[in-house]
Write a protein that binds this ligand. Structure first.
Ligand SMILES: Cc1cc2nc3c(=O)[nH]c(=O)nc-3n(C[C@H](O)[C@H](O)[C@H](O)COP(=O)(O)O)c2cc1C
Length: 361
């Protein structure tokens, strides 16, 4: 039962509202994580463990949250993380999410498992900043074809997800026997029919043999900057950059892959230090309020991706629900910046986090 008088104050309220609307199995698919969901919980807890040490007596009469991501101007360092199967959340799915992200002035990452054709999403937001998330599939020709289509459709970057050689063990989905309804399919991975009678089902069959060599292959095929998503080790971050990645996303896939891996907040400082100025470093996982965004930026992230709250925005309000999530996080970030004495994103430095400093490892 929905409650029309209920106005969400924070993203947890919004999740409650979305949960009332969704079929329980679909809610679990979105909300759930791998194994016993310890990393899922720790992603949120790790941001909350960090304590801020604000600066005072600074001019905070004007706060500027704007920055750039891969050289493109954005209203704030927030971005929509890639998430498959968005038509489970809203009839327009990825079209609505892209419209919401663009209205908010933020990057939207469209997933390989999108339920709308990638060309249609790009066409819906001609002035938007859309990036395309890629799973390298066992069918390398199909993979190259998808990459070329994304480049031709005007996507600005490829986000290569590197933490999913196989899909993690999702117990909620097992208990619910979750499967996609027949009318919702991954629209971009259907192999070209060989004959007219040949109606092959789309395949999201990940290639477990993806290595750093494939980064250069993807740069060559696409002509786009490649962002490696799902890095938790400093050595892997260096490897990605040495192999040609323009950026890395510190991420454990929102706790959906291997349970008990470290939280993205805990992995971030070491990766920032390892990568230095050689590439951009972004982060996702457990971001639910503006203070957590501020902490990520203070620890050296140049962009902060948001996952599940975007889904709750889609479920409760379509494109404008997504815009509201991003706008309210930006507003909370601006308030936290004001209270930390930082008038611009550049002023968010590690000394704002108690117990850390520029030499943190
Ligand atoms: C329902 C759902 C589907 C996802 N699908 C993908 C995907 O197709 N590709 C990918 O790289 N990450 C995927 N992710 C992971 C997100 O991109 C992101 O890493 C994670 O959701 C961030 O954590 P948060 O939800 O706590 O913000 C998915 C996450 C969720 C919740």
């Amino acid at each position: 039962m929905t409650n029309p008088g209920f106005e969400p104050v924070d993203l947890w309220d919004l999740e409650c509202k979305a949960r009332e609307i969704l079929d329980p199995g679909v809610y679990d698919f979105f909300a759930g994580g791998a194994g016993e969901e310890l990393t899922l919980a720790d992603n949120v807890a790790a941001w909350n463990r960090l304590r801020l040490r604000p600066r005072v007596l600074r001019d905070v009469s004007r706060i500027d949250t704007s920055t750039t991501m891969l050289g493109a101007p954005v209203v704030s360092p927030l971005a929509v993380a890639p998430m498959a199967f968005q038509r489970l959340a809203d009839p327009d799915g990825e079209l609505a999410a892209a419209r919401g992200a663009t209205a908010a002035g933020n990057v939207m990452v469209v997933a390989t498992g999108a339920t709308v054709r990638l060309e249609d999403v790009a066409a819906a937001v001609p002035h938007g900043q859309c990036w395309f998330q890629l799973y390298v599939l066992r069918d390398r020709d199909l993979t190259a074809d998808i990459v070329r289509r994304a480049a031709a459709a005007g996507y600005h970057a490829l986000v290569l997800t590197v933490d999913t050689p196989v899909v993690g063990v999702r117990r909620r989905d097992q208990r619910n026997r979750f499967r996609l309804p027949d009318q919702i399919i991954a629209e971009n991975v259907t192999p070209m029919p060989v004959t007219q009678a040949d109606k092959r089902r789309p395949s999201l069959d990940h290639d477990p043999n993806v290595t750093s060599k494939d980064i250069a292959w993807l740069v060559e095929v696409s002509g786009l900057p490649v962002v490696c998503k799902g890095v938790l080790s400093s050595d892997d971050a260096r490897l990605c950059v040495a192999a040609g990645a323009a950026a890395v996303i510190v991420s454990n896939h929102g706790g959906r892959q291997l349970d008990t891996v470290l939280s993205s907040a805990d992995a971030l400082p070491g990766i920032v230090q390892a990568v230095g100025d050689t590439a951009e470093v972004y982060v996702d996982g457990g971001i639910r309020n503006g203070s957590s965004v501020l902490k990520a930026l203070a620890l050296g992230a140049q962009g902060v991706f948001v996952g599940r709250p975007i889904i709750w925005g889609l479920v409760t309000g379509g494109a404008s629900g997504v815009q509201t999530v991003l706008d309210s996080l930006r507003q909370e970030l601006a308030t936290a910046m004001t209270l930390c004495g930082a008038s611009s994103v550049k002023m968010l430095t590690p000394d704002l986090i108690a117990g850390t400093g520029p030499s943190i490892s």
